[in-house]
Write a protein that binds this ligand. Structure first.
Ligand code: SPV
Ligand code: MG
Length: 537
C-alpha cells in the first residue's frame, strides 16, 4: 500500500468524487476504515466533543496531536486533520506540519480565521476572518516545512460563513492557491448548496474543491459529483451516532437498574477485542514470551462411541459432537492448554478417522467394541514417561481442578465431587468413592486418601463421586504400567474401567490422594447433558 500522504493526494486529485468520514479516536478511525472509507476527517468538533470540551481550541493542539496519533496507528487510510486556524501564526503552522508528518498524518486543513476559533455553525457571521496576507504566510510556512512532497495543505475559506459572499471567497481562493494551497475547502452554513455550487462554477478546475454538507445534508450526492467537487466530508456523523447510542444505553441501564435488556443491542466485549486487535497480541506472545510449558502431559480416553447420543454418533465418536461450534474434545484440549499443557494424547477407537487434529498425538484402541477404559488407558501409558493428567473424552471441567491436582504433590491424586447426590449421574453408573475421611470443614488441610471406589458402594459409605480426572506422577508410572500389565492377563480385563484399577491400587496400598471439590465438571452421557454442557461453556 502506498504511503498515506500519496493515498490522500490521489483522493484529492482523482477524477471521481471521493469521501472522508469523520473519526475522533482510534476505534472510530478503525470502524470507518472497516466500513470501506478511503480517508478520514479528524474533525475538530468531534475530537473536542469526545474530550467533553467546546470546539473553541479548548483542547490544546498537543492534545489533538496525541489523539490523532492513536487514529493514525489504528488505521491504514490517510487522515486529514481539521487543523482549525493552524493554532496561531505561520510559526505555529510550520511546527504543526512537522509534528503531523512525524505521526503519519497525510494532510491538514487550516481555516482563514483567528486563534482561538470557534465552530462555524455558532454565530458564524460574527466570526472574524484572518487578513489575506497573514493567512497566506501560514500556508507558505506550512508548505516550506513539509518534508514529504505529497503532504497536503488544504485551505478552508470561511467567507460565506462570515457573510462576505462569493467575491470575497474567490479572492481568497486565488490568494491561497498562489501561496501554495493544495486544495480549497469551501464552507457554507446554508441548508442548500447554492453558495458552494456558485463558488465551484467560478473556480472551476483551478484546484480541487472539498465540501462539508453538514447543513445542506439533503442535497443528493450526485449534485456534488456533477459539479466536479473533489471530496465530500461527512464531518461529524460518527460522534453524533455514538452520542445517541450512549444516551439510549445510559438511560436504559439507569431506568431498569439492569444491563439485561441492552445486552443484545450493543457491541459485545469480543467485538471490542477484535477491534483492538487482541488476537495479534496473543500471537505475538507466542513468538516473544518464554514458554512456561508444563512437563505434565495429558491423556484423554475417547475411544467409545457414546450410543446414548443417538444419531449424533453415526459418523463420529461422542467426543467429536459439537458444542458451541467446537467439539467436546476441543473444549477439553482448550482446558488443558489454558493450564499450559502442551502435549495431549488422545486414545481413539470408534470412527477414529473423525479425530485428527494435527496438534494432538494419538493412540488407537482398535478393539474398542470389546474392551473398556483400562484397555484404552494401557494403550496410552505404555508410550508416556512424564507426569500425566488423565481424563475422559466426555468430561468437561474447569482448569482450576488441574491446579488443585498440581498442589497435592502426591504421586497419584483424583478429584472427587462432594455433592454426588446432585450429580447428573445420580441414577446411572457413577464412580463413587469412600475415603479415609468425608469432606468436612474440620478436616481442611488434612491429606485424605481413597479407601474404595466403585459403581455399587452403599449409599451411606459414599463420600463423593470421582469426576474422571486424575494426576499420576512419572515416579510411579513404571509401577502403574506393571500393574495394568498384570491386570491385562486377567480374563475380565476387557470390561475393566479405571475405577477397577484404582480399587486394585488401593488393595496394593498405593495411596491415592483425594482432592475434594464441588461442581465445575460435567459428564456428557446423554442429550440432556449436552444441553447442560451448552450452559457450562
Ligand atoms: C469540524 O468537523 O470540526 C469542522 C467542520 O470544522 S464544521 O463543524 O462544519 O465546521
Ligand atoms: Mg472544525
Amino acid at each position: 500500500m502506498s504511503k498515506k500522504t500519496k493515498q490522500f493526494r490521489d483522493l484529492l486529485l482523482s477524477n471521481n468524487l471521493e469521501f472522508l468520514l469523520e473519526a475522533h479516536n482510534g476505534i472510530s478511525a478503525k470502524i470507518a476504515q472497516e466500513a470501506g472509507f478511503k480517508g478520514l476527517w479528524a474533525s475538530g468538533l468531534a475530537i473536542s466533543a469526545q474530550y467533553g470540551v467546546r470546539d473553541s481550541n479548548e483542547a490544546s493542539w498537543t492534545q489533538v496531536l496525541e489523539n490523532i496519533e492513536f487514529m493514525s496507528d489504528a488505521s491504514d487510510i490517510p487522515i486529514m486533520l481539521d487543523g482549525d486556524t493552524g493554532y496561531g501564526n505561520f510559526n505555529n503552522v510550520r511546527r504543526l506540519v512537522k509534528k503531523l508528518e512525524q505521526r503519519n498524518i497525510a494532510a491538514v486543513c487550516i481555516e482563514d480565521k483567528l486563534y482561538p476559533k470557534t465552530n462555524s455553525f455558532i454565530d458564524g457571521n460574527k466570526q472574524e476572518l484572518a487578513g489575506i496576507d497573514e493567512f497566506c504566510s501560514r500556508i507558505k510556512a506550512g508548505k516550506d516545512a513539509q518534508a514529504d512532497d505529497d503532504f497536503s495543505i488544504v485551505t478552508r475559506i470561511e467567507a460565506f460563513i462570515a457573510g462576505w459572499g462569493l467575491g470575497e471567497a474567490l479572492k481568497r481562493a486565488e490568494a491561497y492557491h498562489e501561496a501554495g494551497s493544495d486544495g480549497i475547502l469551501i464552507h457554507s452554513a446554508r441548508s442548500d448548496p447554492s453558495e458552494i455550487l456558485a463558488f465551484k462554477k467560478e473556480w472551476s478546475e483551478t484546484s480541487p474543491v472539498i465540501v462539508v454538507p453538514t447543513k445542506y445534508y439533503s442535497t443528493p450526492t450526485e449534485v456534488f459529483e456533477d459539479a466536479g467537487f473533489s471530496i465530500v466530508i461527512w464531518a461529524n456523523h460518527m460522534i453524533r451516532s455514538s452520542i445517541r447510542a450512549m444516551q439510549e444505553s445510559a438511560r436504559e441501564i439507569h431506568d431498569s437498574s439492569s444491563i439485561l435488556t441492552i445486552e443484545n443491542e450493543i457491541a459485545s466485549v469480543k467485538e471490542i477485542f477484535r477491534l483492538q486487535g487482541v488476537s495479534e497480541l496473543i500471537e505475538a506472545e507466542e513468538n516473544y514470551l518464554p514458554r512456561k510449558e508444563s512437563t505434565t502431559e495429558a491423556i484423554i480416553l475417547a475411544a467409545s462411541r457414546g450410543e446414548a447420543m443417538g444419531s449424533l454418533t453415526n459418523h463420529q465418536p461422542k467426543a467429536m459432537i459439537s458444542l458451541k461450534n467446537k467439539s467436546i474434545l476441543e473444549h477439553i484440549t482448550d482446558t488443558y492448554r489454558s493450564h499450559d499443557v502442551e502435549r495431549i494424547h488422545v486414545v481413539r477407537g470408534y470412527k477414529k478417522e473423525a479425530i485428527n487434529f494435527p496438534e494432538l498425538s494419538y493412540f488407537d484402541n482398535d478393539d474398542y467394541e470389546n474392551t473398556s477404559e483400562l484397555s484404552s488407558f494401557q494403550k496410552a501409558i505404555d508410550n508416556v514417561d512424564s507426569d500425566i493428567y488423565c481424563s475422559f473424552g466426555d468430561v468437561l471441567f474447569k482448569p482450576y481442578l488441574l491446579q488443585l491436582l498440581d498442589e497435592s504433590k502426591d504421586d497419584l491424586a483424583i478429584t472427587v465431587d462432594t455433592q454426588w447426590q446432585d450429580s447428573v449421574n445420580k441414577d446411572r453408573a457413577a464412580d463413587y468413592v469412600t475415603c479415609s475421611e468425608p469432606h468436612s470443614r474440620e478436616n481442611y488441610g488434612d491429606s485424605i486418601f481413597l479407601k474404595s471406589i466403585g459403581e455399587t458402594l452403599d449409599a451411606d459409605s459414599i463420600h463423593g463421586e470421582w469426576m474422571g480426572i486424575a494426576k499420576i506422577s512419572s515416579k510411579i508410572l513404571p509401577m502403574i504400567k506393571k500393574e495394568v500389565d498384570a491386570l491385562s492377563k486377567h480374563e475380565d480385563f476387557h470390561s475393566m474401567k479405571m475405577h477397577h484399577f484404582f480399587e486394585h491400587l488401593c488393595r496394593l496400598k498405593q495411596p491415592i490422594r483425594i482432592i475434594y471439590s464441588t461442581g465445575n465438571w460435567l459428564d456428557i452421557d446423554s442429550l440432556e447433558d449436552l444441553i447442560r454442557a451448552n450452559n457450562f461453556i
